[in-house]
Structure formats: structure tokens, C-alpha cells
Design a binder for this molecule. Structure first.
Ligand SMILES: Nc1ncnc2c1ncn2[C@@H]1O[C@H](COP(=O)(O)OP(=O)(O)OP(=O)(O)O)[C@@H](O)[C@H]1O
Length: 225
């Protein structure tokens, strides 16, 4: 069985202003092609966990494996490369650079990876936009498109380096029901057609119920998965 992500006994304390045990012995796996959601009350530790799983926070105990390789303890430089190569990230807010075109926004993480020529990255970026039915937006300025379109552009940007796992922190939290449905359908298609793995934090039960699996958190623990 190939695990794209494996968390083993992840534990974390926030030490200031007082000691707070935010994550307690978190262990779970995500298989290739699996679409999993993380749910739980506000403050249960979902974002803190996702921050660790996406390798951005290194202040924890336990082990994290991505694509079978141990990630815990690696240098910031190596983690940055692992993130660029393996993880796509979609947030509640799109974080597009408003003065840049849609195409330039999607190309940026490709340039950071440095594995393809600029022409290849542009071709790939246009292909991702086409795949999400927004090829016609390529030359538009990111500030001039709608909220739903921005989130689809953010998804295209997250896919530009062909990640093995797409992580989302409330990716539909800022969208109306039409655009939220659209994002869910895109994620489902990416899983079915490309075998992409997805791990998405959401408050939306309807959304979560239409994925493969709900990982439920309470008070820093996984209580159901
Ligand atoms: N830097 C920090 N220092 C101390 N406590 C923190 C810090 N960041 C978060 N916390 C606390 O850790 C707990 C978990 O926060 P986290 O953001 O992971 O929860 P969440 O489940 O994602 O919540 P929400 O659904 O509201 O986004 C909360 O009680 C929060 O107040």
C-alpha cells in the first residue's frame, strides 16, 4: 500500500503565553488517490496540524513521512524543495498577486522549482487553466476576476508542479454555494482522473460527506478517522 502521507505520533505544545498541548499523539495515513477531509470544532487544532503536515511548521515531536520519505528533521532548504515538488496548497483566501496576470500567478511556483524552461512552464500553466475551464482568463489581471475564478486560479497554481498531494485549509470557506460546489467537483475530478491525493480542512459537512473519508478532531486528538 502506497502512503502519500503518514503522520506518526505527532505532538505539539504552544509554550507561550502558557503551555498549551495543542496536538496529542496524532497518527493517520493518506493513501494515493484518497480524498480525505479534516473536521472539528474551532480550536480543535486542524490548522495547526495542517501547518505541520505541509512541512511549514517544524516545531513538533513525532514523525512525518511524505511519499514514504521521512520529512521530520530535514533542513529548511530541503523542506522548501519537498514542499515545492510534492505539495500543492489552497487556502481560504487565494493570495494571488493582484498586479500580475492570471498566467504569471500560475507560473510562479513552477519558476521557483527551476526544473523546466519558462516556455514549458507557460505551456503547463495554460494546460492547468484549460483543465479547470478558465483558459480564457490567462491574460487577465488577477485583480480583475471574480472570487470563484480567483479560487480556481489558486487551484491551477497549486497544481503547476504536479504535486502528489493537494492540501487545503478551508478552500471553500470564502465562496458562495455555487463556487464551493465547483471547487468540490474539481477536487473530485483531480482524484478520479489523475489519482491525486487530497487532504482538506473544512467546516462544511456536506462537502466532507462527499469525500472518501472524514478525520474528526476534538481537543487536539483524532477521535474518528
Ligand atoms: N501561536 C499560538 N500560540 C498559542 N496558542 C495558539 C497559537 N496558534 C493557535 N493557538 C491555539 O491552538 C488551538 C488550535 O488552533 P487551530 O487554529 O489549529 O484550530 P482550528 O481547529 O484550525 O480552528 P478554526 O476552525 O477556528 O480555524 C486554539 O485554541 C488556538 O487558540
Amino acid at each position: 500500500m502506497k502512503y502519500v502521507l503518514e503522520a506518526r505520533h505527532i505532538d505539539k505544545h504552544f509554550k507561550k503565553p502558557v503551555d498549551f498541548h495543542v496536538l496529542k499523539d496524532i497518527s493517520f495515513t493518506v493513501r494515493q488517490g484518497e480524498f480525505a477531509t479534516v473536521m472539528g470544532k474551532s480550536g480543535s487544532g486542524k490548522s495547526t496540524l495542517l501547518y505541520i503536515l505541509s512541512t511549514m511548521d517544524t516545531d513538533y515531536t513525532g514523525e512525518l513521512y511524505l511519499n514514504g520519505g521521512l520529512v521530520t528533521g530535514k533542513s529548511h532548504q530541503i523542506l522548501s524543495r519537498i514542499r515545492n515538488e510534492h505539495i500543492g496548497f489552497v487556502f481560504q483566501f487565494h493570495y494571488l498577486l493582484s498586479e500580475f496576470s492570471v498566467l504569471e500567478n500560475v507560473m510562479l511556483p513552477g519558476k521557483k522549482l527551476g526544473a523546466r524552461t519558462e516556455e514549458q512552464i507557460e505551456r503547463d500553466a495554460r494546460e492547468k487553466l484549460e483543465m479547470l475551464n478558465i483558459g480564457y482568463l490567462a491574460e487577465k489581471r488577477a485583480s480583475r476576476i471574480s472570487g470563484g475564478e480567483k479560487q480556481r486560479v489558486a487551484i491551477a497554481r497549486a497544481l503547476i508542479n504536479n504535486p502528489t498531494i493537494l492540501m487545503g485549509d478551508e478552500p471553500t470557506g470564502n465562496l458562495d454555494s455555487y463556487n464551493a460546489e465547483n471547487v468540490l467537483q474539481i477536487f473530485t475530478r483531480l482524484k478520479e482522473e489523475q489519482g491525486l491525493s487530497l487532504l482538506v480542512v473544512t467546516h462544511d459537512l456536506d462537502f466532507a460527506q462527499r469525500t472518501d473519508r472524514i478525520i474528526e478532531m476534538e481537543d487536539g486528538r483524532i477521535i474518528k478517522s
